[in-house]
Design a protein around this ligand. Structure first.
Ligand code: MMA
Ligand code: CA
Length: 289
């Protein structure tokens, strides 16, 4: 039974060489065909694998692309919303800036108005105070005139009207106090007011002669000064300077500026530095009936 291909192979094994040349060729062709078939199968398998892989990759890529495009779409939407939000915010900021500017101008106007009002108020206040002071002065002078008239009336009815408080000296219708103790002019003025009197005003020669008799020999402050306008002397009783008894050469407004008047020991007057301390000062007030 050793015929055909099998017997050829057996013969090839036994003899070390193979069969007939036709069989040899057929064998070779068969082997070659099998090899090709194997190779082709391998190639097909490999191709199939690759195709499958590519398909998978394509699917993944398509998925990714759709995901990315979705993201992109969403992102675009977000961006648009942000853009419109930003535009809205910009508009709001602009509106706020305009409002801020308007408020600033309004604030400035208000503060200017307030300044004006405050100035007006303080003007009114000082005007009111001035008017009050003037009215009080006028009233005081009026009272003084009434008191003088009253005294004259009483004298004409036979009253003496020469009563003075203790330590005060009477002359005609007035009382005089000859104060002693070093004082500046302003301190002397205050001392007289504490005694319900005023630094003395002198209006005639008789009064001057009376005072000269009692006057402190070292000098005394009297109620005359030119504090507000240089050379314009004013009496404390506000009556005009209708009489004077200056020492020759006075008033000279000496070197430091002399705005207050003193009576020298001789009885003559001299303008002196208001802050000088004088040992004497003379007050007056109306006598009573
Ligand atoms: C003093 C002083 C002045 C006055 C002169 C006069 C030196 O100054 O009392 O008020 O005018 O004397 O010589
Ligand atoms: Ca003088």
């Amino acid at each position: 039974m050793e015929d055909g291909l099998y017997s050829d192979v057996l013969q090839f094994r036994r003899r070390g060489r193979c069969c007939r040349p036709g069989v040899q060729m057929a064998l070779l062709g068969l082997v070659t065909a099998m090899l090709w078939a194997g190779l082709l199968t391998l190639l097909l398998l490999w191709h199939w694998d690759t195709v499958q892989g590519l398909k998978r990759l394509e699917d993944i890529a398509a998925l990714n692309v759709s995901q990315v495009s979705k993201d992109l779409e969403r992102h675009r939407g977000d961006q648009m919303a942000q853009k419109s939000q930003a535009a809205q915010m910009l508009q709001n900021v602009e509106e706020i800036q305009v409002e801020q500017k308007r408020m600033k101008t309004q604030g400035l106007e208000l503060s200017q108005n307030l300044d004006g009002l405050q100035e007006g108020l303080s003007n009114l206040k000082s005007q009111g105070l001035n008017e009050r002071r003037t009215a009080l002065n006028a009233l005081e002078r009026l009272w003084e005139e009434v008191a003088k008239l009253w005294i004259e009336l009483r004298v004409s009815n036979g009253s003496m009207c020469n009563t003075c408080p203790e330590k005060w000296v009477n002359f005609q219708r007035k009382c005089y106090y000859f104060g002693e103790g070093a004082k500046r002019w302003i301190q002397a003025r205050y001392a007289c007011s504490e005694l319900q009197g005023r630094l003395v005003s002198i209006h005639n020669q008789e009064e001057q002669d009376f005072l000269a008799k009692y006057i402190n020999k070292k000098g005394s402050w009297i109620g005359l000064r030119d504090l507000n306008t240089e050379g314009e002397f004013v009496w404390m009783d506000e009556n005009p300077l209708d009489y004077s008894n200056w020492r020759p050469g006075e008033p000279n407004n000496g070197d430091q500026g002399e705005d207050c008047v003193m009576m020298l020991g001789s009885g003559q007057w001299n303008d002196a530095f208001c802050n000088s301390y004088l040992d004497g000062w003379v007050c007056d007030r109306l006598a009573t009936c």
